[in-house]
Design a protein around this ligand. Structure first.
Ligand SMILES: *[C@@H]1O[C@H](CO)[C@@H](O)[C@H](O)[C@H]1NC(C)=O
Ligand SMILES: *[C@@H]1O[C@H](CO)[C@@H](O)[C@H](O)[C@H]1NC(C)=O
Ligand SMILES: *[C@@H]1O[C@H](CO)[C@@H](O)[C@H](O)[C@H]1NC(C)=O
Ligand SMILES: *[C@@H]1O[C@H](CO)[C@@H](O)[C@H](O)[C@H]1NC(C)=O
Ligand SMILES: *[C@@H]1O[C@H](CO)[C@@H](O)[C@H](O)[C@H]1NC(C)=O
Ligand SMILES: *[C@@H]1O[C@H](CO)[C@@H](O)[C@H](O)[C@H]1NC(C)=O
Ligand SMILES: *[C@@H]1O[C@H](CO)[C@@H](O)[C@H](O)[C@H]1NC(C)=O
Length: 717
């Protein structure tokens, strides 16, 4: 066991060193190595703390101060330091590693060291033992008073505002109206004045009765975003509510997508089981438990700091370097919206921080780390970064998305050479549903490989941050072998399993499996090339069970779509007359004067049951080239093609799909059971050059659309 851990660490150093090049690693071999120990109960060991095993520090900050002192004495520039944390909660103000902390590893102490401390410490002084050290940006709340019926209250210091609460490692929901989180309230009408309409709406009589307007937050659903509002006042004479902070667009802009939906958060007059509310004037938090435990006996933590761990030099030209963080958890990142701040933008990009924030840094390895229970994104790898590796980690229960890379503005200090490998990124969007599981804004040479991405409330992976053909500062992004499923979850609209923007030379989306992508009402695609996406290769992906088409290109140039399986698209229920039509299997939007894409050697398996269905839909005059594809529908539904929605024979007469076929592609597995989509050796698709797509090790079979039977929250028109 010890040898294994040792090997693993060697491997991590090796990664850091080898990326730095041979000349560096030569001088690295001269480094001496130091160990520092942190045990929060160390006062029982005397007052001579020096971070040694016998005299451990009581806080992580003391260990960092030690390293910094040595750095300025010129000692630690030739030293590597490992900080070993006792496996319990370490409550911190934002922990900042800066340049002076280069060449540090942060990890949980070994079993024998833990045992050593426990042997010499009185039992009652040992804090709660966890499987590994948790660096928490929160504070415990301990002074609970029993109010009866499993309701308890506690007061917190005046500086604290409780808008998230974690009880025994579970997120409690902020009390909400309607209490059922799949239901919404609907306002009566938008306000007519377009400026005022960003600050309120006309409510239905009684909606805000007996609600504390000072504490309540109104969350409005638009199309791809929600906006979060504090209440300024009600005008009962004309049932107008006005907020202190605006939405991005007038409330009510998106009629079908929004459906006048909103909910109210933080209401103390109804407190369902496992929820909380907070009165800011009295600084009192109320919880309602399920009655199976005493709140005095479990850890109850509210986040305070938006950044829990910050790895950043203040100067991009002298980055912090060679940091390893492994086998710890980073938890309890806060969210905070100013009372006049607009809290509404695509991908929840208005959020300024993340629980783990990395900038002006190089040669960083974050491995086997859990980042969870946050109010914002889990991780943000931002300006001035190079050679950052986030791998084998769990990013879960985040307030917004999981992992965020790069910058929104034109970068002065670029984000480059970032690797996001084999992580699980799950259960996000708990506060801001528009958070994306993994988003790369403007960054180059980004590798997003082998991740398991699921249960997010909006897009799975989003690449690029330029709408149209201006320079995008995005290139060479590899999105490979990711399993993306149960995203969207019927909450917002206009999203994709994988979503892209702008010109991206060298970007390749390959070998991913995407299933179960659903919006609330409209616009839900498996792979979605939006606004100017150009020069992107989409190959060897399997996309199935999408509400609308498997593949949609809004507009863009020179994209290559090759050797993919697009199956079981347009599963949303057929619309009623007058509704937006769901599209078919493949869709190109705007016609432009250049080649939008080429589409070859793909299998389109259409499972629609009805007289006709659209295999390929486009606006008139789209320039695209189709060939060597196999199309099939097992129910004798006629498939329609092109802007005229003609038969396959008519479509071929336009010079398209010359060698393509409408024929059973002969999958090995059962498509109706959502078995994997490999083809038999005698498949007609194989004759046209289609090659089997590798089944991902993390892939799971089954057609259950939301992964939970009976939970099909389809939007009903
Ligand atoms: C450490 O010092 C404090 C006062 O600074 C004292 O109260 C405490 O008893 C000391 N602890 C030990 C273990 O010596
Ligand atoms: C509602 O009444 C207020 C106060 O009289 C007025 O300023 C506002 O314009 C009215 N709003 C609407 C939508 O009529
Ligand atoms: C909470 O109360 C404090 C004063 O105690 C105030 O400064 C702050 O703005 C309030 N926060 C919110 C979100 O209303
Ligand atoms: C990174 O460095 C730049 C200047 O080189 C500075 O403006 C920025 O604030 C730094 N970032 C952080 C998080 O310290
Ligand atoms: C698309 O390819 C053509 C021909 O190579 C080239 O002229 C054009 O600039 C490309 N457009 C984009 C947006 O990549
Ligand atoms: C299909 O064949 C016609 C006639 O040979 C040719 O003009 C056209 O370019 C071919 N289409 C494609 C997409 O290759
Ligand atoms: C695809 O893979 C399956 C399963 O390994 C295999 O039986 C089949 O022959 C392969 N098809 C082709 C065309 O190579």
């Amino acid at each position: 066991m010890i040898i294994k851990i040792y090997d693993y660490v060697l491997l991590l150093w090796f990664i850091v060193l080898s990326i730095n090049g041979p000349s560096r690693s030569l001088c690295m071999s001269l480094f001496t190595s130091t160990r520092l120990y942190v045990a929060p109960f160390s006062s029982s060991f005397g007052n001579n703390s020096d971070g040694s095993l016998l005299n451990p520090y009581s806080s992580l900050q003391q260990a960092l101060d030690h390293i910094e002192r040595n750095y300025y004495r010129g000692i630690s520039s030739s030293q590597r330091t490992t900080i070993y944390l006792y496996p319990t909660y370490h409550f911190v103000n934002t922990i900042r590693f800066h340049q002076a902390h280069s060449r540090t590893r942060l990890t949980t102490m070994k079993q024998e060291d833990t045992a050593f401390y426990e042997q010499f410490t009185a039992r009652e002084q040992i804090p709660r033992r966890l499987s590994r050290a948790v660096i928490s940006g929160g504070v415990p709340i301990t002074n609970w008073a029993d109010l009866g019926s499993n309701v308890y209250k506690a007061t917190v210091p005046s500086t604290i505002l409780v808008n998230q609460l974690f009880v025994d490692n579970q997120r409690f929901s902020r009390s909400r109206s309607p209490t059922d989180s799949s239901l919404y309230l609907q306002y009566d009408a938008p306000l007519k004045d377009p400026t005022q309409a960003r600050y309120g709406f006309q409510y239905v009589q009684g909606m805000f009765d007996s609600i504390s307007l000072d504490d309540a937050m109104v969350v409005v659903y638009h199309s791809w975003t929600t906006s979060h509002h504090y209440i300024d006042r009600l005008i009962p004479s004309n049932r107008t509510i006005l907020f202190t902070n605006p939405s991005d667009r007038p409330i009510g802009t998106f009629v079908t997508q929004g459906k006048r939906r909103f909910h109210i958060e933080n209401i103390c007059n109804s407190l369902p089981q496992n929820s909380f509310c907070f009165n800011n004037a009295t600084k009192t938090v109320y919880i309602s438990t399920d009655g199976t435990y005493n709140p005095m006996d479990v850890p109850i933590i509210t986040p305070v700091n938006e950044i829990v761990v910050l790895l950043a030099s203040a100067d991009a030209n002298s980055p912090i370097e060679d940091i390893i963080i492994d086998n710890v958890a980073i938890q309890h990142g806060a969210w905070n919206i100013g009372r006049t701040q607009q809290a509404d933008s695509q991908a929840a990009a208005f959020l300024d921080y993340a629980a783990l924030y990395i900038a002006n840094a190089t040669a960083i390895v974050v491995s086997n780390v859990e980042i969870s229970h946050t109010g914002s994104y889990g991780v943000w790898i931002k300006e001035g970064t190079n050679n950052i590796n986030l791998m084998n980690s769990l990013i879960t229960d985040t307030g917004a998305g999981g992992i965020r890379i790069g910058q929104m503005n034109i970068p002065t200090h670029p984000t480059n050479s970032i690797k996001i490998l084999y992580n699980e990124v799950s259960y996000g969007g708990n506060v801001f549903p528009s958070g994306v599981a993994v988003i790369s804004h403007r960054a180059t040479d980004v590798t997003i490989v082998g991740n398991n991405i699921h249960h997010h409330r909006y897009t799975g992976i989003s690449i690029g941050w330029e709408w149209g053909y201006a320079p995008s500062y995005t290139s060479d992004v590899l999105v490979q072998g990711n399993y993306i499923y149960n995203t969207g979850q019927h909450i917002l609209c206009d999203q994709g399993g994988i979503y892209t923007l702008g010109i991206q030379p060298g970007t390749v989306i390959t070998g991913n499996v995407i299933k179960n992508v659903f919006s609330y009402a409209i616009y839900m695609w498996g792979i979605y090339l939006d606004e100017g996406t150009s020069q992107v290769v989409v190959s060897n992906n399997v996309v199935y069970n999408t509400g609308w088409a498997s593949f949609f290109q809004h507009y863009g140039a020179n994209n290559t779509i090759i050797n993919n399986v697009f199956a079981r698209a347009s599963l949303n229920p057929p619309p009623q007359p007058g509704d937006d039509n769901p599209d078919g299997d493949i869709h190109i939007g705007l016609a432009e004067s250049h080649t939008s894409l080429t589409f070859t050697r793909n299998i389109i398996y259409d499972a629609y049951q009805g007289p006709t269905h659209s295999a390929y839909k486009s606006d008139p005059n789209v320039i695209a080239s189709f060939n060597d594809n196999v199309y099939y529908n097992p129910y004798a539904t006629s498939l329609l093609f092109g802007s005229q929605q003609t038969s396959f024979a008519e479509w071929q007469k336009t010079g398209q799909d010359n060698d393509s076929l409408i024929v059973d592609p002969l999958f090995l597995g059962d498509v109706q059971q959502c078995d994997f989509f490999t083809v038999r050796s005698n498949s007609p698709a194989a004759m046209l050059g289609f090659a089997n797509i590798t089944k991902l090790s993390q892939w799971t079979p089954g057609c259950d659309i939301d992964g939970e039977s009976g939970n099909r929250q389809f939007y009903h028109w």
